[in-house]
Design a protein around this ligand. Structure first.
Ligand code: 13P
Length: 688
């Protein structure tokens, strides 16, 4: 019942809708963080301060965390959107949501920071909105986690790895680029083309926020807080001041742009914003932390400003002592104004950063490594393009980001395709690796021939292969009645002999059964177990097969263990889960040494005796997956040494294409093993 429900078309739709909601949100959230890593690091810093951890954490941590978060979110988003590594990705997405949802609930309840910062400055949400969003995402994450295989894949398995790595490298490169320069898209009110004055306007009728300033004063070792109304006499010493919100009203996008001249304490905001000429603002939120690498350029720029009578102010929130130190170290002669630290960090994401304004309009911004030099400042600003408002088009930028994402990706895909073609060449590395494991063509006669017919076929094959030696291992698996007779004359150096089944009991009163020991005593070396026909018609469960495998191995038989999905399972895209479960159910309990005697035969049930073969690509994809499962369980070396055969309407005509695939090590042949020429034709595929 549950299986039917999970395979229904409606559920598949639900899963895919959820994966896109989740994926798109992660991509967006990772992208906006990668665009403004410094902004996210400030937010992380705010969190650390709110939780009293800022002192304990080294300075580099917030920025490293910010880049890591951007890469993680963008990567998981791309993986979800394209259906890459579905199981691992959905687990990771669920884990992220399991951590984030209660955390945001806590933030909503305690409100240590007013906006969570999950979408940077691109989309500011309140803490409760964020919690609501996370509840929706958590539900989506649970849905995709339940049946990840219902997520439609948009790439081949091979491409998955390429894209997986590329999405991570891309997000990392984007974050590093934006960190080294400026955010490529500016979501803040101080973006180029905005007017600071206009950003400060409170619409008519809007309720203004009421602020109050609190002063911390000290007298005789006692600290006390005062307001302007009860400001104490001069016997008290001023310690610090903070502005608090008494009543929150409408807050314009720019509400804290106040320039106070350092020396005089005069508020010159209006003078600067109304000035019809150019003004350079050198923004250094903290001079102690500002990069000194380009001080010569800055000093030259100041000279240039003086020469052309442009205004030039450095803005900082540092103390007078720290600013004096900066002047001493850098020879700075430009005037300083004091401004709020957060405002400065918001104006430009660089320390130092440069802003050019005229009548309050932001014309241009530069990070410190891109401050214009004498080669650019060849004339008065009025005559230069950099004196005009820089053209900013976010859509165009976004288009370029997509091009940067897609063009290298297309190149990688192309290289991957070419490389994979080469891989199909028999001389390639993977095949050299494959030569470590056995190439096998095994026949499964099933219940088709009487003793005489079987013996005749075995003799014919014996002669044919004596005359023309195969370059792979050949095995014939016959009904029990043929074994002892065929073993007498079969050249077992060339053709191995195996049974089609054995009992799950050691010995005793089990009428009609044939034990593994009995099979071995005929001279046979192999046994087929887990064939879909036995699973289906004789109700052999994973537990029964587990017993059979153990007994076969205990009696020195090599096991050809069959796995494969039904048509319904293939249509529900569940083949990987099915084969993995079959391996886990009956052979993954073995030790690595025991597992060395297992040959896996992947036989899609829908292809057995139907004339429908899996395409070579389909077969290769799942063979590679099976090898991956073995590698996960026993390590790469065991996986490299495990032969994985394909079975299901395999014929001389399609065998060469199938066997050319790097993870297909031969075939388990039903119908075409009943005629010597047909079978030999398949064996000869290894010679092509
Ligand atoms: P066919 O080759 O007849 O499709 O059978 C495959 C098979 O079941 C081998 O075990």
């Amino acid at each position: 019942m549950a299986t039917r429900w999970r395979n229904s078309v409606t559920w598949r739709w639900v899963v895919n809708i959820c994966r896109f909601i989740l994926g798109a949100t992660f991509v967006f959230s990772g992208f906006v963080k990668a665009v403004d890593p410094l902004g996210t690091s400030y937010k992380i810093q705010d969190y650390l301060t709110a939780f009293g951890l800022s002192e304990l954490v080294p300075d580099m941590v917030p920025i490293a965390l910010s880049v890591a978060l951007a890469v993680l979110e963008f990567g998981v988003g791309v993986h979800l959107m394209l259906g890459i590594k579905r199981r691992a990705t959905t687990r990771l997405a669920l884990l992220i949501m399991i951590v984030m949802t209660p955390l945001t609930l806590y933030l909503a309840l305690t409100n240590p920071i007013s906006d969570c910062g999950c979408f940077g400055d691109a989309l500011v949400l309140t803490n409760w909105q964020t919690f609501g969003k996370n509840v929706v995402l958590l539900i989506c994450a649970i849905v995709v986690f339940i049946t990840p295989w219902n997520m439609v894949r948009f790439l081949t398995k091979k491409m998955e790895w390429t894209l997986s790595n590329y999405s991570v490298v891309f997000a990392f490169a984007l974050a590093v680029y934006c960190l080294a320069t400026l955010p490529i898209i500016d979501f803040r009110p101080y973006r180029i083309g905005n007017n600071i004055r206009e950003g400060m306007v409170i619409p008519e009728g809007a309720k203004p926020t009421v602020f109050d300033t609190r002063f911390v004063m000290e007298k005789d070792g006692v600290k006390q807080t005062f307001t302007i109304d009860n400001y104490p006499d001069s016997t008290w010493t001023f310690i610090s001041a903070e502005t608090v919100v008494v009543e929150k009203g409408y807050e314009p996008p720019i509400h804290d742009f106040v320039m106070e001249e350092m020396e005089t304490g005069d508020d010159i905001t209006d003078d600067v914003l109304d000035d019809p000429g150019y003004t350079f603002l050198l923004v250094m939120h903290r001079t102690e932390e500002a990069n000194e690498g380009n001080i010569d350029l800055i000093n030259e720029l100041y000279e240039y400003s003086k020469e052309h009578e442009y205004k030039f102010y450095a803005l900082s929130s540092s103390s007078a002592e720290a600013i004096e130190l900066w002047r001493d170290r850098t020879g700075a002669e430009y005037p300083f104004c004091i401004m709020d630290d957060i405002t400065l960090k918001t104006i430009v994401r660089s320390n130092p950063g440069l802003v050019l304004i005229r009548e309050g309009m932001i014309l241009n911004k530069w990070c410190d490594s891109q401050i214009p030099d004498e080669f650019k400042l060849t004339a008065p600003l009025e005559e230069l393009t950099l004196g005009q408002t820089k053209e900013v088009n976010d859509l165009k930028t976004l288009g370029w980001v997509c091009v940067w994402f897609l063009v290298p990706l297309a190149l990688i895909v192309l290289i991957d395709r070419i490389f994979n073609k080469k891989n199909n060449n028999k001389n390639n590395n993977k095949l050299i690796k494959r030569s470590m494991r056995k190439k096998i063509v095994a026949g499964n006669w099933k219940m088709n021939m009487n003793l005489q017919e079987g013996v005749a076929l075995a003799k014919e094959l014996n002669e044919a292969l004596a005359a023309d030696k195969p370059n792979c291992d050949v095995v014939i698996c016959t009904p029990f009645i043929h074994l002892a007779t065929v073993a007498q004359f079969l050249n077992q150096d060339v053709i191995g002999l195996g049974a089609e089944n054995c009992a799950d009991k050691v010995k005793g009163a089990y009428t009609g059964e044939v034990s593994a020991e009995m099979v071995k005593s005929t001279g046979a070396q192999y046994v087929i177990l887990g064939h879909s026909e036995r699973r289906e018609y004789y109700k052999e469960t994973p537990e029964i097969l587990k017993e059979k495998v153990l007994l076969a191995l205990a009696n020195g038989l090599k096991v050809i263990f069959c796995i494969g999905e039904s048509l319904a399972e293939r249509e529900a895209n569940q083949q990987n889960e099915v084969v993995k479960a079959e391996l886990e159910g009956s052979v993954f309990n073995l030790s690595a040494a025991e597992f060395a005697n297992i040959i896996i035969a992947y036989e899609p049930i829908w292809a057995i005796g139907t004339g429908k073969t899996a395409t070579a690509e389909q077969a290769e994809e799942i063979h590679a997956y099976i090898r991956g499962c073995v590698a996960e369980k026993y390590g790469a070396e065991v996986a490299d040494n495990t032969s994985i055969l394909y079975g299901g309407s395999c014929k001389a005509s399609n065998a060469p294409e199938l066997f050319a695939k790097p993870d297909i090590d031969g075939g388990l042949i039903g119908g075409a093993s009943l005629k010597c020429t047909d079978f030999k034709g398949i064996i000869d595929a290894w010679k092509k």
